[in-house]
Design a protein around this ligand. Sequence first.
Ligand SMILES: [Zn+2]
Length: 344
Amino acid sequence: MNTSSTASQCPCCMTAAVLLPSPAYTRCRCCGHRWRLPTEGLGYYETLVARNDLNTPWFKRKMRERVVAVSGLLETGSERVLEIGCAEGELGREIKARCAVTYDGVELSQDRLLAAQQLDTVFSTPASQVQAAPYDLIVSFHVLEHILRPEQEVAAWARLLSGQGRVLVEVPNQAGHPLLASDCNPEHLHQFTPASLALLLARCGFACQALSAGHYESPVYSDSLRLVAHLEPAADQRQQLLLQRFEQRTGGPFLVYGIGGDYLNYIAPLAESLHIRALLDSSAAKWGQRFGKHVVTGYDPQQHANLPVVICSIRFATDIRQHLLSVGIAAQRIIGLDSIYEDA
Ligand SMILES: [Zn+2]
C-alpha cells in the first residue's frame, strides 16, 4: 500500500494541486481537509504530564460516552484492545472493570506511568513501532489530529489489527465546535471533515462501518467525528466468507426453491462452489429452464426427501415458506436466504 504524499497533496484524499490558502491552514478543495506544519519541536509530547483532570464534569461526561461506545464494539468480552493515546488509562480502567479484555495502550507523554498501573501493557513508542499484533479493536480519541503524517499512523493501525478487527477513531469535526470558524489550537495539525476522515481510512485499506458527528470531547470540542471501520476484505475473501455462511446454515447439499431474480443475483454467481442438488419452483412455466448444470423442476417428495431447502426469494419468502409447509416439508428443513446474509 502506498501511503506516501507530498506537501502539495492532501494527506487524506491525495488530490494534487488543489491548495487554497486560509489562515494558518492549507485546505483541500476536494475533501475539505485542512492541515498545517507543527510549531512544536520533536519530543514535545514526551514532556507533558497530567493533561486530564478526572474530576471535572466534562471529563466524566466524555468518559461515560466513550465507555458505551467501546463496550458496544466488544462482542466476546475477551478481545485484545489497543488504545492509541491512552493518557492516564482511565478509559481502559473502565473497560477492564466491565470486560475480561486485554487492554494495551500507546502513550508518549509522562501519563504513561499512571496508565501502566491500570492497563496490561503501555507502549511509549508510536504505533508504528509496536510489535504486539494482532488486536481485535484499536481505539483512538482525539489523537490523529495531532499527528503530522496521519496516513502513516492509520497504516500502522491496519498492520496491528486482526483480519476481523475494527478501529474506532474520533477527532474534532473541523474546528470542533459549531461556533468556531477555525481551530486555533497549535497542537492540532489537522482539521478533518467527514469526507477527509473516511477517505483517509479508505486509503489505508479500511471500509467505513459507521460515521457520526456531534460527539463530546469538552466544552470547546463539543462536535467530534467518530468513525468505526474494519479492514476491507479482498473480493475472494468475501466470497469465502459467504460460502462458509451457506455451509453453516445448510450443512451440506441443499435444494434451492424459487428461481427468479434473487436466484440470479445472490446464488447463481456462487452456484459452481455451492452444494446445490436441484433447482425447484412451483411454477410449471419455469420447469425445463437450464441454469448451469441444473434444470428447474418441481418438488418431488421421493427424490428430494430430507434435504434442506433454501428459499431463494426475499420478497416472497413468507408465501414460499407457507407453500413448502403445505406440501409436507418440515419447518426445520426450510432456510430463508435472509438468514444466510443477515448479521454476517
Ligand atoms: Zn483532500
